[in-house]
Design a protein around this ligand. Sequence first.
Ligand SMILES: [Zn+2]
Length: 204
Amino acid sequence: MFSVHQRIFVQVLFTISIGIVSFIGDRLLQQKSEIIRAVSDNLTHATVGGLTWSLILILSKKAILKNISKIFLCFFIASFVDVDHFLIANSWRLHDATHLQKRGFLHCSTLPIMTWLFLLIYSKMLNQPNISDYAWIILTSFLSHHIRDANRRGLWFCPFGSTRPIPYHFYLILSMIFPYLEYFSMSLLDMGIEKGLYNAPYVV
Ligand SMILES: [Zn+2]
């Protein structure tokens, strides 16, 4: 178990790591080789996803090693999001997948938000807290990926439309504070469940 000072140090370390990994990943996008650009970009998405879930675990005072499988799940989902490039291109050629005119459906933020909401309600109705964990993992991995892409193309909330591309430094700061926002939302929701706010009896 960490002391308070150690915990703050680890939190700062993980927060800064998200910013540094994103920054290095963005620099690697200037490489000439298409394959290096694609692999490093995808690895950056995956690492930021894994670090984001690790930081949420630290904030929640949960053990990292005990939850390593969930960190890897976040890592893999954050990487998987880009598979829609190949689906839209209808080709496994990297050049086709990276030269698309439109965005793939996995890049629409409405999708993970709706999935998260559905799984949260489902877990509450069946009283299965484990399912709500997966709801948050899906939301975290997809949105960490979408925030990073938003620097180039904005956040897309289909069918309503997209925001403008978000400025570079704002995207870096948003990526670093995103785990704190998620943790805050998780705590608020848990507090509501503990107080029975979602168990209000029907008024006849
Ligand atoms: Zn992407």
